[in-house]
Design a protein around this ligand. Sequence first.
Ligand code: SD4
Length: 341
Amino acid sequence: MDRRRFLQGATIASGMALTAQGIGRGAAPVATASGGMLPRVCSTWDFGVAANQAAWKVLSTGGRSLDAVEQGVRVPEADLRNHSVGKGGYPDRDGKVTLDASIMDEHGNCGAVAAMEHIAHPISVARRVMERTPHVLLAGDGALQFALEQGFPREELLTPDSEKAWHEWLKTAKYKPVANSEVKTYNAGPGGTPGDASNHDTIGMIAIDAKGNLSGACTTSGMAWKLHGRVGDSPIIGAGLYVDNEVGGATSTGVGEEVIRNVGSFLVVELMRQGRSPEDACREAVERILRRKPEAKDLQVGFLAMDKKGNVGAWAIQKGFSYAVCDSTRQDTLIPGKSTY
Ligand code: SD4
């Protein structure tokens, strides 16, 4: 999917009242004292619009934010045109599609799967890890084994389209061990990863329900052409996703290595706890990355956050990031993310 599709409306600023132009409006909105509105859901990139609408079906009928985020992100997971999430995601360097996902609820419960093959809906497996095991994160073959035990169908996730793109990439790929004296290193792009500014389209979603409870979900096929076994930020609680029901939630997209190094989503939530707005907290997290590593300006990382009142904000390193917001007044809002560069 080309995430640079035409950006639609750009009207929601954090906590602003919205013009009513909704489709399929559900539960009556609850305006908060600060001007926020419940329920509300936000998610990354343009495919967040369709994902939000699925989440909205849950939220608008009084459902729980946890159910909303799971149902929401399953939409891009199932979309074969989306080459960065779920089935149809681009494979790793060796042609294997490996998926990462995490989920977190209003009680601080969380679950995740990393580098899992053959299961089309990793977010639902992540939820099972959270709800049915004493663990937080299952990885690789163990995650697959657990998913199969739980009854998830085993599928081939590599679609003909993705396989073709992989073969094209292989023609010029330099992502191989480079012998440098006795040490082998791997460096195929800015920052030592095979990613560039456009090689990342994870969906991260944060929702607040009519009861004022927050949950979040994040799911991805990760960086295209990565080394087999590479795990990004998305399944790492605190990096790709974090929710604290007293404060807010945050999620990230982009080059996960930089997000993990800075424990990005946890940082955003902690900054909101200290009184920063969602946008300001996201900007500070981006700028923390850039202060530590100025050359990260050539990469893309974006954070998206929602506070306890339903206010939404985002910030990215580079232009081109977008996020979708959905509430009772409008279900299809797509907003260009502000950025440092
Ligand atoms: C990751 N942040 O795996 C995720 C997904 C992504 O490039 O955006 N990949 O790093």
